[in-house]
Design a protein around this ligand. Structure first.
Ligand SMILES: *[C@@H]1O[C@H](CO)[C@@H](O)[C@H](O)[C@H]1NC(C)=O
Ligand SMILES: *[C@@H]1O[C@H](CO)[C@@H](O)[C@H](O)[C@H]1NC(C)=O
Ligand SMILES: *[C@@H]1O[C@H](CO)[C@@H](O)[C@H](O)[C@H]1NC(C)=O
Ligand SMILES: *[C@@H]1O[C@H](CO)[C@@H](O)[C@H](O)[C@H]1NC(C)=O
Ligand SMILES: *[C@@H]1O[C@H](CO)[C@@H](O)[C@H](O)[C@H]1NC(C)=O
Ligand SMILES: *[C@@H]1O[C@H](CO)[C@@H](O)[C@H](O)[C@H]1NC(C)=O
Ligand SMILES: CC(=O)N[C@H]1CO[C@H](CO)[C@@H](O)[C@@H]1O
Length: 538
């Protein structure tokens, strides 16, 4: 005989089946909706932390619990407060921004145990947000769950000043708390918490690389995919003191007054960031940039959350680590328009660029890579190539080498394809040939975007070959979540320094050599500048 509770339980399970758009979490009962174009449900604006405002500004995030609340999960979340123009969001923003979005196949049930892909957006740790239409999961969550985490950026995410007891890394702690939320809640959406991939691009890869190097990484994720940003050295909180103090001065706050920072209006903070020293010269990722921080806002070695240099520890989970052929072009084109007003930068602009970024080693760079013979005399090409290699390809190479040394399996790629459609609304179609396979150009492929480009409602469609490549790339990322490998040895061989094999994505995803030979030279320059910086601080 069936007991009453079994019958009721059965009915409730049926009710659950009937509506996969309603899921219970520790943050509340989440009511989502279905994507208009695919059989995927979305759940927007799920709070995973208490609002990081007031006393919680410049502080670690606190987990949010409110299981009795009903959340209308159909309205896009605001982005965190933005501090960047190039990759800043033009959607709504709020300091109350610690939300995450989830996409799941409409057919998913709590028994599905699907692989989970958790996205960390880029934007120099100064901008970016989960509601950006280019990061929409409706096209890639066909065979997996996609999660996207908002995290604090700029000073609100990374300000570190020992005198005020601020150790920075709030944005990193947001991402870690988001990953813990995924562990505790994703099964309800049909995900398997044991099969989580953390994937990020640019600053999102910088941050994901840091997280993948932490001792707790293996509990939070099975694998990582690091697109254009892995392997960089981090500054310490001490190294960053001069640069971060510039923010305090620009705020008109004193070294002993945290309440001055906590009580300030958000637009005052934005004005202070805009007033910090900056130069028109393009910077690359070296120890000298921004007086030792390497980039303006960044995770730092704080002795608490990040105890050791991530590039020395290496990733602790299997990882895809790659970069694009022309990363630098989007940055040099930006300066070409705004700084050089459509003219080629002069030789003296180029030497200023070398001196600012390489200081005492500028002459060595200049002699090893003469402008005339290496770059055909083009200062613009020279800056683009140096930026591509120093900030992206060669840190990527060091991350691969470190993983090999530690016995962690890694797979590499070089994205070499010029997309036929724009992937961000701000990119004009005319610019695409000038940009080529630039920074961010692999993103639509990883998200399996192939039509209505640029998102959300453009009129450009990818070619058949591009559609196949998008399918292959998003499938490889899902495989990574599910099995810890992007494919088999025939489709994507693991990387080893000896042959440096991986995949090259030009007209298709094909096995090939991912060439890092230029990185032997840049590795020496990186070490030389790290040593120079350390000795200048002694
Ligand atoms: C949920 O939010 C959407 C979008 O803001 C709105 O249109 C809808 O009316 C809301 N639903 C409820 C039940 O509040
Ligand atoms: C990519 O999107 C296409 C539809 O545009 C879909 O048929 C395919 O299953 C998707 N592939 C992956 C791996 O997400
Ligand atoms: C700091 O003070 C200066 C001088 O009074 C003023 O110009 C500036 O706007 C102030 N900065 C902020 C962020 O309020
Ligand atoms: C680079 O080399 C050229 C030609 O030898 C020289 O004129 C220039 O001053 C050098 N620049 C730097 C930054 O070393
Ligand atoms: C080098 O520059 C010359 C003159 O501007 C041009 O004709 C040639 O195509 C360039 N070569 C390459 C490899 O870019
Ligand atoms: C596609 O969109 C662009 C930019 O909005 C517009 O200029 C063009 O006319 C559109 N083309 C078609 C065929 O609708
Ligand atoms: C970008 C930046 O912060 N540069 C500063 C580095 O430090 C010197 C003084 O040592 C300043 O003059 C620069 O403005």
């Amino acid at each position: 005989m069936l007991s009453r509770s079994t019958v009721l339980g059965g009915l409730l399970a049926l009710a659950g089946l009937a509506d996969s758009k309603v899921v219970k979490t520790r943050s509340g009962k989440v009511q989502g909706d279905q994507c208009s174009t695919t059989d995927v449900n979305y759940f927007y604006s799920i709070p995973y932390a208490n609002p990081p405002v007031g006393e919680r500004r410049f502080a670690p995030p606190e987990p949010y619990y409110n299981s009795r609340r009903v959340i209308n999960a159909t309205a896009p979340a605001p982005a965190c407060i933005q501090f960047s123009s190039l990759f800043g969001e033009n959607t709504a923003t709020s300091e109350d921004c610690l939300f995450l979005d989830i996409w799941a196949p409409a057919s998913a049930t709590p028994d599905s145990k699907l692989p989970v892909k958790v996205w960390v957006y880029g934007g120099s740790n100064e901008g970016g947000g989960i509601s950006d239409p280019t990061y929409n999961g409706c096209f890639s969550a066909v065979d997996s769950i996609v999660v996207s985490i908002n995290y604090r950026v700029g000073p609100l995410g990374f300000l570190a000043l020992s005198d005020l007891g601020l150790t920075g890394n709030y944005g990193i702690m947001d991402q870690l708390l988001g990953l813990r939320w995924v562990q505790d809640n994703i099964a309800g959406f049909g995900g398997d918490p044991r099969n989580v991939l953390l994937f990020g691009q640019s600053a999102g890869a910088v941050d994901s690389f840091v997280i993948a190097s932490l001792p707790e990484a293996p509990e939070l994720m099975r694998a990582a995919a690091l697109e254009s940003g892995a392997g960089r050295d981090l500054a310490t909180v001490d190294d960053a003191k001069d640069w971060y103090s510039e923010f305090l001065y620009a705020m008109n706050c004193t070294e002993h007054d945290l309440s001055c920072l906590r009580n300030a209006q958000v637009d005052t903070i934005q004005a202070a960031v805009a007033a910090m020293p900056s130069s028109d010269i393009i910077t690359v990722n070296t120890a000298l940039v921004n007086n030792g921080t390497r980039s303006s806002w960044s995770p730092l070695i704080d002795g608490k959350v990040i105890k050791e240099q991530p590039s020395t520890v290496g990733v602790r989970v299997p990882s895809i680590v790659g970069a694009n052929t022309r990363e630098g072009s989007i940055f040099t084109l930006g300066s070409y328009v705004t700084v050089w007003k459509g003219k080629a930068p002069s030789q003296s602009d180029y030497y200023d660029f070398l001196n600012l970024n390489f200081g005492p080693l500028a002459a060595q760079v200049n002699e090893t890579l003469p402008l005339a013979s290496t770059f055909n005399g083009s200062t613009l090409t020279a800056m683009e190539v140096i930026l591509t290699q120093v900030s992206y390809q060669c840190p990527t190479y060091r991350a691969l080498q470190k993983a090999e040394e530690k016995g962690i399996p890694v797979w590499s790629y070089r994205f070499a394809h010029e997309p036929s459609c724009a992937w961000y609304g701000q990119i004009k179609a005319d610019y695409i040939p000038l940009l080529g396979a630039t920074h961010t150009s692999e993103i639509p492929f990883v998200f399996n975007f192939t039509s209505s480009m640029p998102p959300p409602d453009g009129n450009c469609t990818f070619t058949k070959a591009e559609q196949a490549m998008a399918h292959d790339m998003s499938r490889a990322w899902t495989n990574m979540a599910q099995t810890g490998k992007p494919g088999d040895e025939n489709t994507w061989p693991a990387w080893a320094s000896k042959e440096s094999k991986g995949v090259v994505l030009n007209d298709a995803m094909e096995v090939g050599v991912v060439d890092y030979t230029v990185c032997d030279f840049w590795g020496q320059i990186n070490e030389g500048l790290n040593e120079y910086w350390r000795s200048s601080q002694a």
